[in-house]
Design a binder for this molecule. Structure first.
Ligand SMILES: *Cc1c(COP(=O)(O)O)cnc(C)c1O
Length: 374
């Protein structure tokens, strides 16, 4: 059994995928081929935003957004304490200070209550200027953007939606990647929409920011790439990856629907035995991960071992709160120690999740979890 079965996806769509890749090989327009612009148009339409700027990966996408907003020394950027490293990593790169905020126990997403406390703490006790909220759509579920937007308005902050795991999710009729002033995603192979290598994209409705993004991601280009008007990056999406993504976008909704059926089956079987994921009313998750909580760390290790004995892979996302990662050193602030994040890091466990998982396999996995800790 695979944790996320990319081999099966390729076998099922081999013909179209091979043809799409071959087309690029024949034309040899590996950089900025016509598929790149076509993909950007399709993605912008899919999420309902005016501009999509593709780039090399989801980490660069976040950094590009902060560059456009001129985030730097003396600025505070609020980041959930429970997320992949990138969401926090990009902040010190700009010179700004990350402020780690606790999460909601049910959704695992940034807690609006903790967020407001963190903003007030920064205003009252530091010389930093609160500037940006990075809200992550963790495990596929969009963050609580109603409340986040109200706080952003109240304290004049910008919202950066990190939808690396959330692409394909929805709140009501609105798609993930449409909630931030700028939103980003990743096409890393194991993400909901993955390519055959690294890839990413940035979305915005703001024309000026879109123009800046296009400049920053190609060496700060002006009229052309040999006229450089600002310090930028080299962060482009390869034509080959764009061609792969254009094909994959055609069956992406069917895959998200399949993941939702699988998640329902997991929850139906596991509910009452372990803490199952909570998806808020009116929200569709893209199910980047199906993450349960066990009673404690020891029980989690038992379950991991029992699953392994049945050749079922599992993974712990995440073992460590961000504020405790050595890389940040002294340069971190947290909101009251982020207690919920600490607890969740001790007991969370992600189970195999992908569109090609059989219901029988879901049954077998659930049975194994229940027998070990039920
Ligand atoms: C994967 C991920 C990223 C980074 O994406 P890359 O394409 O791997 O650089 C950023 N944020 C979150 C929440 C992620 O899961």
């Amino acid at each position: 059994m695979e944790f996320r079965d990319l081999k099966q996806q390729y076998q099922l769509h081999k013909k179209e995928m091979d043809a799409a890749m071959k087309d690029v090989l024949v034309r040899a327009d590996f950089i900025q081929g016509e598929q790149v612009a076509r993909l950007e148009k399709s993605l912008a339409e899919y999420v309902g935003m005016k501009h999509c700027i593709s780039c090399a990966n989801g980490t660069d996408a976040l950094q590009l957004a902060l560059m456009v907003w001129n985030v730097g020394m003396g600025d505070a950027v609020f980041v959930p304490d429970f997320t992949f490293f990138s969401s926090g990593e990009v902040v010190p790169v700009t010179g700004a200070t990350p402020v780690f905020v606790d999460i909601d126990r049910d959704t695992y997403n940034i807690s609006p209550t903790s967020l407001e406390r963190a903003i007030r703490h920064v205003m009252d006790n530091t010389d930093l200027t609160p500037k940006v909220i990075i809200a992550v759509d963790l495990f596929g579920q969009p963050a609580d953007f109603g409340k986040i937007r109200r706080l952003a308005d109240k304290y004049s902050l910008l919202v950066l939606e990190d939808a690396a795991q959330g692409f394909g999710g929805k709140i009501g009729g609105k798609m993930a990647c449409s909630f931030g002033d700028i939103a980003t995603t990743s096409f890393f192979p194991a993400k909901p929409l993955g390519c055959y290598g690294d890839g990413g994209a940035v979305f915005t409705d703001n024309h000026k920011w879109a123009e800046l993004l296009r400049s920053y991601c190609v060496h700060g280009k002006g009229m052309d790439k040999y006229e450089n008007v600002r310090i930028g990056m080299n962060s482009r999406l390869d034509t080959l990856q764009a061609a792969v993504l254009l094909e994959k976008l055609k069956f992406f909704d069917a895959e998200v629907a399949a993941c939702n059926r699988i998640a329902e089956e997991y929850t139906r079987r596991l509910k009452g035995f372990v803490k199952v994921p909570v998806i808020q009313e009116g929200i569709r998750s893209s199910w980047a991960q199906y993450t349960i909580c066990l009673p404690d760390r020891e029980k989690r290790e038992h379950v991991i071992r029992a699953l392994k004995e049945c050749t079922i892979p599992s993974a712990v996302y995440y073992r460590k709160p961000m504020h405790m990662q050595d890389a940040f050193g002294e340069n971190v602030l947290t909101e009251a120690g982020c207690q919920v994040t600490k607890e969740i890091c001790e007991c969370c466990l992600s189970l195999p999740m992908h569109p090609y998982l059989e219901m029988e396999e879901v049954g077998k996995i659930a049975e194994c979890v229940i027998q070990t800790c039920g």
